[in-house]
Design a protein around this ligand. Structure first.
Ligand code: OKP
Ligand code: ZN
Length: 344
């Protein structure tokens, strides 16, 4: 295992998250990185390397160019017109006014490119997202070259980011960018397995009509859980992508016995697809004491998860997604990774 990490991921330090009707300190905070890195070092999991810079070309291969431009300039534009706080969207092209014309005013553009309202844009958001995707790509390239597993300590996370919208703490879809680049490096089919508590709606949207990336997501049922509007079991792909999207929504309270049954089923779908590489969107907000989620996984379950993934036998890249605000985020992430090392 090799870990890729950069202190620059911590450059984004938002002050606000809209949660339960209040502006609170964001759950997705820079301290998460220190907790995970601290545990990687504590158990001597792996060497820790700095990422290589890959520029914007791999980003533009999955994200809309105007969306990327918006992210690059949003904070400066917001400040330039004298807005008092962070850039928080509060109006969207919704069902009753599904306008497709992009406004000029930054408040209108912010809503146009936003899925959700909890994620504030602040200084260095673009820079952190840019390095986060470099971490993902560095991990990918290492695994493609050596066949060895790698871990990208990405932050901000990526799996909610769609081709042209940010949300759920995500800006660039790190896993989607890595999967797409793996194809460009000659792999003919790649799997993204999303084990974060929340449905990976962005990854699903990006690959929904494609058969070269199979997407499998295990998550809280969108009838009850964020992101609410995508992630049902009958979303199986469109066109040539039909059969290459598999959702496993599960009710609040789901424990590892039930969860791991879904995992085995999802892995069987990936096996059938003939995928040559496994990218794991590794969120540990399935943990029983996660502050914003409602599954019941225990710390030792993550060891078993890692062992099962190793037993699956594909070259594997782990990319950090969610997992919040508790000491155990480091333990749980590293349990998956050391379980994987053990199971190989
Ligand atoms: C990002 B990732 C809590 C509501 C949750 C945002 C969740 C974003 C999750 N009251 N709102 O998938 O871990
Ligand atoms: Zn999550």
């Amino acid at each position: 295992m090799i870990t890729f990490h950069s202190e620059a991921t911590k450059l984004r330090r938002a002050l606000t998250e809209l949660n339960e009707g209040l502006l609170v300190a964001p759950f997705e905070c820079p301290e998460r990185v220190d907790l995970v890195l601290g545990r990687v070092r504590e158990v001597g999991l792996s060497e820790v390397r700095s990422p290589t810079r890959y520029g914007l070309e791999p980003v533009l291969a999955v994200h809309d160019a105007c969306y990327v431009e918006f992210l690059a300039s949003c904070w400066e534009e917001w400040k330039a017109i004298g807005m008092a706080g962070e850039a928080i969207p509060n109006i969207w092209p919704s069902r009753s006014m599904p306008g497709r014309r992009i406004p000029e005013h930054i408040e209108g553009r912010l809503g146009y490119y936003a899925q959700t309202g909890e994620t504030s844009i602040c200084a260095n958001t673009f820079e952190a997202a840019d390095i986060s995707k470099d971490i993902a790509l560095s991990a990918l390239v290492h695994t493609l070259k050596t066949g060895e597993p790698s871990f990208g300590l990405c932050r901000p996370p990526g799996h909610h980011a769609s081709s042209d919208q940010f949300g759920g703490y995500c800006f660039f879809n790190n896993a989607a960018i890595a999967a797409d680049q793996a194809l460009k490096h000659g792999r003919s089919r790649v799997a993204v397995l999303d084990v974060d508590f929340h449905h990976g709606n962005g990854t699903q949207e990006i690959f929904y009509a494609r058969d070269d990336v199979i997407f499998v997501s295990l998550h809280g049922d969108p009838l009850h859980c964020f992101p609410y509007y995508l992630g049902h079991a009958n979303e199986t792909g469109s066109g040539r992508g039909e059969g290459f999207n598999h959702n496993y929504p599960m009710p609040p309270g789901t424990d590892y016995a039930k969860w791991s049954t879904a995992l085995d089923d999802g892995l069987a779908r990936i096996r059938e697809s003939g995928a040559e590489l496994l990218i794991v969107s590794l969120g540990v907000d399935t943990f029983e004491r996660d502050p914003i989620s409602s599954f019941k996984l225990a710390s030792e379950d993550y060891l078993d998860m890692g062992r099962r993934l190793a037993g699956f036998g594909l070259p594997t890249v782990f990319l950090l997604e969610g997992g919040y605000a508790v000491e155990e985020i480091g333990i749980n992430v590293v349990n998956v990774l050391s379980g994987f090392d053990e199971g190989q």
